[in-house]
Design a protein around this ligand. Structure first.
Ligand code: ATP
Ligand code: MG
Length: 271
């Protein structure tokens, strides 16, 4: 058996096929602090497997798998390879695109069928989503954050362009966020509603990641942005923010089924 693993800052993602003859890829993930549990699972389920690991915690996980035949691959090579593989199933898939990986942090790349290179990144990513949410509301569980954020109203926290251009016609769409968290009054009369705060954290992360991505796309002369990373997993609100904001800025957002496993798939393909 072959196993591709992306051991990231927050989650260890594993891609494998249950049998050589199987067409379907199986996926499983573990929290990165539970690296020993992940290693035990690999030893138990695939004692004979050939393993390829990528990601920042590759060396650490490799040290837990001394009995396995383990190779490593550079994270960006694995991720781009995995994305190209998943794009095969997408109708009208772009040939050249910006690839935005919103993981613990955010990494932005240019990719086409021949090459890929890193354009930049942002420290604002899924880690910020969890960290800011916890500091503001005391909720640190990912699933609780995304479920609660759905019920929130950002109007109580964020300042829109139309709020500033009160009664006048703004030079840019009034619906754009003028200032994330800029509608918070400091006289103690502002909302402390947990759902509103979490919705605004989602807005801050989504809009920051999108702004960096559309600027990168403009720089490269492409109009498609492929967004991956576990920050989008089951997180329709973040996806909607990113899709809407990307469109507003004149580009097209593409999401991939199992896109969060791109690095693991790329590692698997290299075996
Ligand atoms: P990096 O590539 O930056 O080293 P990573 O590969 O571990 O990090 P991802 O797995 O792509 O990053 O995304 C991690 C983010 O996904 C978290 O910060 C969080 O916002 C979100 N997330 C999704 N599912 C979970 C989960 N079950 N537990 C914790 N965070 C989750
Ligand atoms: Mg990652």
């Amino acid at each position: 058996m072959k196993m591709g693993i992306d051991a990231g800052g927050t989650l260890i993602k594993i891609a494998y096929r249950a049998a050589e003859s199987e067409e379907v890829m199986e996926y499983i993930h573990f929290p990165s602090p539970q690296i020993r549990e992940a290693a035990s699972w690999i030893k138990q389920h695939a004692p004979e497997a050939k393993v390829c690991i990528t990601g920042g915690k590759a060396a650490l996980l490799q040290s837990c798998l001394s009995q396995h035949d383990v190779s490593t691959i550079v994270e960006f090579d694995a991720t781009c390879r995995g994305v190209q593989y998943l794009l095969q199933d997408v109708e009208g898939a772009p040939e050249a695109f910006v690839l935005t990986n919103c993981g613990t942090g955010t990494s932005i790349h240019y990719a086409d069928t021949n090459k890929h290179y890193r354009l930049g990144g942002s420290g604002v990513g899924g880690g910020s989503l969890i960290g800011l949410s916890y500091l503001l509301t005391g909720i640190g569980d990912y699933n609780e954050i995304i479920q609660t954020a759905k019920k929130g109203n950002r109007e109580h926290v964020d300042l829109k362009v139309s709020h500033i251009y009160e009664g006048a016609v703004p030079p840019i769409p009034g619906d754009l966020t003028a200032s994330n968290f800029g509608n918070v009054r400091t006289d103690g009369s502002s909302t402390r509603d947990i759902a509103d705060l979490l919705a605004s954290v989602m807005g801050l992360v989504g809009e920051t990641v999108t702004t960096a991505s559309v600027l990168a796309a403009g720089q490269c002369g492409v109009s498609s942005i492929v967004y991956i990373g576990s920050s989008f997993v089951s997180n329709e609100l973040l996806q909607d923010i990113v899709v809407g904001y990307t469109k507003l800025r004149g580009a097209e957002a593409v999401f991939l089924e199992n896109g969060s496993y791109s690095g693991a798939i790329g590692a698997w393909l290299s075996l």
